[in-house]
Every structure is written in C-alpha cells, then in structure tokens.
Design a protein around this ligand. Structure first.
Ligand code: G4P
Length: 527
C-alpha cells in the first residue's frame, strides 16, 4: 500500500444524527474523551461558551440554548484519524445540516432509549439514505428506564426499513443496569455509577461462564443468556457489506452521560465504519486513491470576528494528497488559487494544516470567493453532485426600512445566502426580494446577523407565498408560456435559475397539472 492508501485506510469521517435531547452533545464530548482528544468532561460545552463569547451573532444560540452552526472535530485514536462533523439537531434548522451529511462517509444515529425514533432522527436518516450513508445506531440513556430493548430494535427495523444487528446488549436497564455484553468480542463491561471521566474496563467473558452470574447476579445473567439467544435467532448476523451499503445497522447500547458503552461504540466506528468513499461527481466518480487533489466546499461560515468579512470554507478533500501552499483550480471561476492557510479543526482549537488526505476537512479562509458546492481540483473540470439547495418552507418579503441603505441590505442578504443561511429570490417583476428559509428560526438568525454584522435593520413581512419550486423544461417556449401565465409569482434565485413561488399547495398542484411537461423541483443542485 502506498502512503496515500494507508492514510485513506486510517480515516473515519462521520457525523452524529439525532433528535434534540437524545444526547448528541454529551456523546460528542465522550467520544472526544475516550478518543483522548480532551481530558475533562465538559470541554465541548466550555468550548461552546468561549466561542459564543467571541461572536456576537451567536447571541441567538446562547439565548435559545441551541447550537445553530455546525463544526468539525478531528482527533487521532488507536492509530486512526477521526473527523467528527457536528450537525445541529434543533427542529428548526438550516440546509447546513443536510449538506454536512454530504461530506461524511458514515453516521452514528443516537436514540433516546425511552423515546426511540423521533421526527428529527427520521428526517436526517432520510438524507443519509439518499446517499446510502452507512449508519451505526447508539441507543443512549440506558441508565434510565427506557422502552423494551426488543421493542426499540423493532421500531428501527420497521420505521426505517433497515436490518438491525446488535453488537452490544444491555444487561438490565435503568436502576437495574448492570452492564453491557459485547456480542462480538465476548466481553462484559460492568456498569459503575460514575459521572466523571473514569472509563470502566472490559472483561473477556464467554456468555456461559459462571463468573458472569457472580458479576451481575444470577437473575440478570439468566435473562441476558435468554435475550442473547433470542437476538441471535431473530436478528441477522452482522454483515459488513450490508452495513456499508446502508441496508443494515449495527446497534450499540450505552449511556453517554455515564461514560458507558462509549468506548465500545468508538471501537465499533473504528472497526466497521468505512474509510473515505468514492464521491459522486460529473462527469465521473472520484476515487479517493487518485493522485490528484480534488474536493468540494460543503459549508461556508463567517469568521468568528464579526468586524471582518472573512469566511471559512469547509472543504472536504475527496482525493489525492493535499499540501499547504499548493495551487488548485477553482472550477466555477476557472481561476487558480493557492491555499496558504488551510486549517484543521481539532477538538479544542485550530491548527495550520501542512498536509491533508481524503476524508479530511480543511477550513479555507477566504473573502467570499468560495461558495457552497464549489469544487477545487488540480485542473480537471469536476462538479461534485448531491449538494442540494432545498425548496424553502417559509418565505418572507424583505422590508426596506431605510431606502438609502437598499444596496447594503442587498449585499448583506446576498452574503448570507452564499453562506447557505437563507435563499434569496428576485421577483421578475422587480418587486422587493423574497427571502426563503427551510426553518422559521433562520429568520431570527438572519435579522440578528444583519444587525450585528452590517449594522442594518431589516424586517421580514408575510409574503403571499408558501413554497417555491425550481422550474426547468426542455422546451424554452414552454417556460416562456409559464412565465407569462404566472408573472407575479416568478422569480430568479441568486444564480439566475427560474423559480415559481407558489401561493399554496393547491396553486402548485394546479400549475403542475396545467404544465405537465415542466419539471417542478423541490431541490436544486448547486450551480
Ligand atoms: P442533544 O445534544 O442531543 O440535544 O442532547 P444533550 O447531550 O444536550 O443531552 C440532553 C439531556 O440528556 C441532558 O440533560 C443530558 O445530560 C442528558 N443525557 C445525555 N446522555 C444521557 C444518558 O446517557 N443518560 C441520562 N440519564 N441522561 C443523559 P439536561 O438536564 O438537559 O442537561 P444537563 O443539565 O445535564 O446539561
């Protein structure tokens, strides 16, 4: 194996998907702890506090106690390089979350043992499924009374149409929790009432070993043996191929809060999760082992300092060995760029990246040249596919409080649209812009940032539109006819693509009936 292949084999780039409160933040923190990236529990939150203190526009996160922006945490453990991409889990979230999932090779789905699959878990799962992203399930909070274990597995299997294959199995739950049994390694990990950073050791123990009875009690041992026999009969054996193709999920049980079952999960990610996968692109799929560097921007974030208009582009390297200072082609503009200051995001801070390999996420500081979906290559005109814009679910008309500042406001809205915070539509009849977002909360984010960073006040008024669709057709005349028939409802997005703003679901379906040859798309690929 050459150096590039070795580096690829070592990388695990993944995200955690969950419904709010299932324990994603706690699990992230514990993965970093078990991965040796942080020493003390509480560091993720502490880091969050610091970040908030430095950044005005994040006041909103503080006020609401939620995390609006996603970030990346990289750490080395057990000879592997892990890149953990954070996906905000609030119910009202931006397209950021979806796009982050385009940059990972696998995901960990965290479920609350008392709640099972919740709405947000399901939405995020669907996004993973679109790309066949392999999923490891972590059933969290087994230190509390939860639902029946078999019931939970059944729910995952039925609602997500996914085979389940438990890797660990809880010995009791809630007050009776005694430990977890690792069905693959034949090891028992006993539960200790710890909340700090103590990590309980695993003990090699066959299921029929009499010591098990002494360790967890005869009744718990008997129940475990019975359940394991049932599981082995009812669930398919773990099949790496099926998991990596997104058809089967290995299941781990634990309690992130109590440091329990997390090490087994981390090992599981290391052992099972795929290294960087080939990336779909036009005109060809990109293999990570190719010599030439290529990758794409999946997220853009304004720099932490609101007084500067610097941005950080989050760039997923898809192939080749990247070296600091190297020149790459910015495919959208055709220009050559030298990347002098790429950074890695570590658990606690950033570090200048001297070299990077496929699967790595680089932060590239820039002044707005890099947009979401942009490809950087060593010359080839590649376009990475599957990085979508989503039809907004809430549309508002921008109110210009001070007409003298219209130009600045437009700039602010365009900047923020470029970051993927919102979408901007310009009605063809010249009336004021319409801003669209996927979740209501994004309007608060927008207003706060426009005020904090641009010193402008913008209002958003109700617009008579409920949804939007991108319109395309093979026949240009048909499009002209549609535009003529729907004048005030026609707009362009920031790339000049034609958009139909629909008053409601009825007008949309009516338009679709009247123009059956037109394509009404609820997502649009970048560019
Ligand atoms: P999120 O990022 O998915 O929204 O969840 P987060 O980790 O913030 O956890 C949500 C709540 O669930 C927190 O309680 C957290 O302590 C608790 N929690 C997480 N994992 C476990 C677990 O394994 N067992 C138990 N019993 N609780 C768990 P909170 O009261 O909202 O916050 P805090 O006061 O503990 O910070």
């Amino acid at each position: 194996m050459n150096a590039l292949s070795q580096a690829i084999a070592k990388r695990r780039t993944f995200a955690i998907i969950s419904h709010p409160d299932a324990g994603k933040t706690t699990l992230t923190e514990k993965l970093l702890l078990f991965g040796g990236a942080i020493q003390l529990a509480g560091a993720v939150r502490a880091r969050g506090e610091q970040r908030r203190a430095r950044s005005d526009w994040m006041t909103i996160e503080r006020d609401r106690g939620i995390s609006v922006t996603a970030s990346v945490m990289s750490f080395e453990h057990d000879g592997l390089s892990f890149n953990l991409l954070d996906t905000p889990g609030h119910e009202d979230f931006s397209e950021d979350t979806y796009r982050t999932l385009t940059a990972v090779d696998s995901a960990v789905m965290v479920l609350d043992a008392a709640k099972g699959i919740e709405t947000q878990t399901r939405k995020l799962f669907e996004v993973c499924r679109l790309r066949d992203v392999p999923i490891i399930t972590f059933i969290n909070k087994v230190d509390r009374e939860g639902r029946e274990t078999f019931d939970l597995l059944d729910e995952v299997e039925k609602t997500l149409a996914l085979d389940v294959s438990p890797v660990t199995w809880p010995i009791g739950m809630g007050r009776d929790l005694k430990g977890v049994y690792d069905l693959v390694a034949d090891q028992v990990v006993l539960f200790e009432q710890s909340r700090g950073d103590h990590i309980p050791e695993a003990i090699d123990l066959a299921l029929d070993d009499a010591r098990l009875d002494q360790l967890v009690g005869a009744a718990a041992a008997a129940k475990l043996r019975e359940e394991v026999a049932l599981v082995r009969g009812a669930c398919p054996a773990f099949d790496l191929e099926a998991y990596r193709n997104g058809h089967l999920t290995p299941v781990f049980f634990g309690s992130a809060l109590r440091n329990f079952g997390v090490r087994e999960l981390l090992r599981g990610i290391g052992r099972l999760a795929p290294p960087p996968r080939p990336q779909p692109a036009e005109p060809r799929v990109v293999d990570p082992r190719e010599d030439k560097v290529s990758g794409f921007v999946f997220k853009v974030q304004a720099n932490m300092d609101p007084n500067h208009r610097d941005r950080i582009a989050f760039f997923r390297l898809c192939s080749g060995r990247f070296r600091r200072g190297m020149k790459v082609k910015h495919v959208r503009s055709g220009k050559t760029m030298a990347i002098f200051n790429p950074v890695f995001f570590l658990a606690r801070d950033r570090e200048l990246a001297e070299e990077a390999f496929p699967g790595d996420i680089l932060g590239i500081p820039n002044h707005g040249a890099l947009r979401i979906g942009d490809a950087l290559t060593e010359g080839e005109d590649l376009r990475f596919t599957g990085i979508p814009s989503f039809a907004p679910e809430v549309l508002r008309r921008v109110r210009l409080d001070d007409p003298m500042k219209a130009k600045q406001l437009r700039k602010a809205l365009e900047d923020l649209a470029e970051e993927g915070v919102s979408q901007l539509f310009k009605p063809l009849n010249g009336s004021t812009w319409i801003v669209g977002v996927v979740g209501q909360l994004q309007f608060d984010v927008l207003a706060t940032r426009i005020e904090g960073e641009y010193n402008l006040r913008a209002g958003f008024e109700d617009a008579p539109f409920e949804t939007a669709r991108w319109i395309t057709a093979d026949d240009k005349l048909l499009i002209d006819k549609f535009v003529a028939a729907n004048g005030p409802a026609m707009a362009e997005d920031r790339d000049g693509a034609l958009v139909f703003l629909a008053r409601n679901a009825w007008t949309l379906s009516r338009a679709q009936q009247d123009f059956p040859q037109l394509r009404f798309s609820s997502t649009r690929e970048q560019h």
